[in-house]
Write a protein that binds this ligand. Structure first.
Ligand SMILES: Nc1ncnc2c1ncn2[C@@H]1O[C@H](COP(=O)(O)OP(=O)(O)OP(=O)(O)O)[C@@H](O)[C@H]1O
Ligand SMILES: [Mg+2]
Length: 326
């Protein structure tokens, strides 16, 4: 028998993880700040080509809306049982209202700043027979006054929360992220950041950053070995004054880098259906567990377990308390 084909999709039951009492999780108050979006899906049949242009005509039969971006992160924290707040900017429009409605259904406390000139960020997919025919995006950067109002609201909300989570999707909602991180740190609150883009100077001082492989590579370059990776991450953490960095490595699991240790956790998924949103689940779980009083190094087993569950799901991209500790 050969043992050379070690895979990450072993069918063995994952090791047991210590149970965090539900009461501790429901005491965790997580404030998510960032770019919200609405993921909208229109499904229908195509039976003809348009007489107006050589394009298919879709007769829409079903519509679906899902929370995206920072709203999906907040929804994940709420699903686990945390008290999740979401500070963000939306427009004065139907998609903005829909986001408010979905946040309510997900038990997320929405703190929305409205920018009447802003189209709420929305990604509309038109699908027929499982095929995506077109994606239409609406987005724009929020205006200056609204961002100011957001910063003021952040100051107000900070004392009522235990952990701050910045979910950056580069739509402009986190223009003042550096100041917010500084403020939260001065108040003694851990700040978690899911980054976007290669300018990480703006995340200076964060407690934990959670890039995926491509995002980290864009900032520190390609690494040749695990040792080389450690050197590069150590240098980056020192430069940006980051307490820790959690590299999410898709099918390879995740690695946490801190001053005193490097901890790796292998991926747990048994069957993978839909990997999108796994990063949102990871950071939401770390934030929730930190808020519940779990030490940072111990949070990653929960994050890894939750991500392993979520990639095995089609559609709903959250994990609840019962599933996590099943
Ligand atoms: N193919 C996979 N098999 C098993 N586990 C996976 C797989 N893909 C992702 N995961 C789990 O999800 C975690 C996060 O995945 P990944 O590193 O792809 O994040 P991401 O790129 O930020 O995701 P996204 O931005 O789509 O939400 C991984 O650390 C792992 O635990
Ligand atoms: Mg991600």
């Amino acid at each position: 028998m050969s043992n050379s084909t070690a895979t990450l999709t072993a069918s063995s039951k994952p090791a047991d993880i210590p149970v965090v009492p539900r009461a501790r999780i429901s005491a965790a108050r997580v404030l998510v700040v960032g770019d919200v979006m609405l993921d909208r899906y229109w499904f229908g049949d195509v039976n003809r080509i348009s007489p107006e242009a050589p394009v298919p005509v879709v007769r829409v039969q079903k519509k679906e809306d899902r929370l995206g971006g920072a709203a999906n992160v907040a929804r994940n924290a709420a699903a686990l049982g945390a008290q999740a707040g979401l500070l963000c900017v939306v427009g004065h429009d139907e998609p903005g209202e829909r986001i408010v409605e979905l946040l309510g259904e997900s038990k997320v406390n929405g703190y929305m700043e409205r920018d009447p000139a802003l189209p709420t960020t929305i990604k509309l997919r038109v699908l027929s027979r499982q095929q995506q025919l077109l994606r239409v995006d609406f987005e724009d950067a929020p205006n200056h006054e609204v961002l100011r109002a957001c910063s003021d609201r952040f100051t107000e909300l900070l004392p009522q929360h235990d952990v701050v989570l910045m979910s950056d999707y580069a739509k402009g909602g986190l223009t003042h992220v550096t100041e917010m991180i500084g403020e939260a740190k001065r108040a003694g609150k851990p700040v978690l950041v899911d980054p976007k883009g290669d300018d990480w100077e703006r995340y200076r001082g964060a407690t934990l950053m959670t890039p995926n492989r491509a995002e980290l590579r864009d900032v520190i370059g390609s690494w040749k070995s695990e040792e080389d990776l450690l050197d590069r991450v150590t240098k980056l953490r020192a430069e940006l004054d980051l307490t820790a960095l959690l590299l999410t490595r898709s099918e390879e699991g995740m690695t946490l880098f801190t001053d005193s240790q490097v901890v790796h956790t292998s991926a747990e998924a048994r069957e993978v259906y839909d990997v999108s949103g796994a990063g949102d689940t990871v950071i939401a779980t770390v934030a929730t567990m930190l808020g519940a009083g779990v030490p940072l190094v111990d949070t990653i087993v929960y994050a890894n377990r939750a991500a392993g569950i979520v990639v095995g799901k089609l559609g709903t991209a959250t994990v609840d308390y019962t599933e996590l500790f099943a």
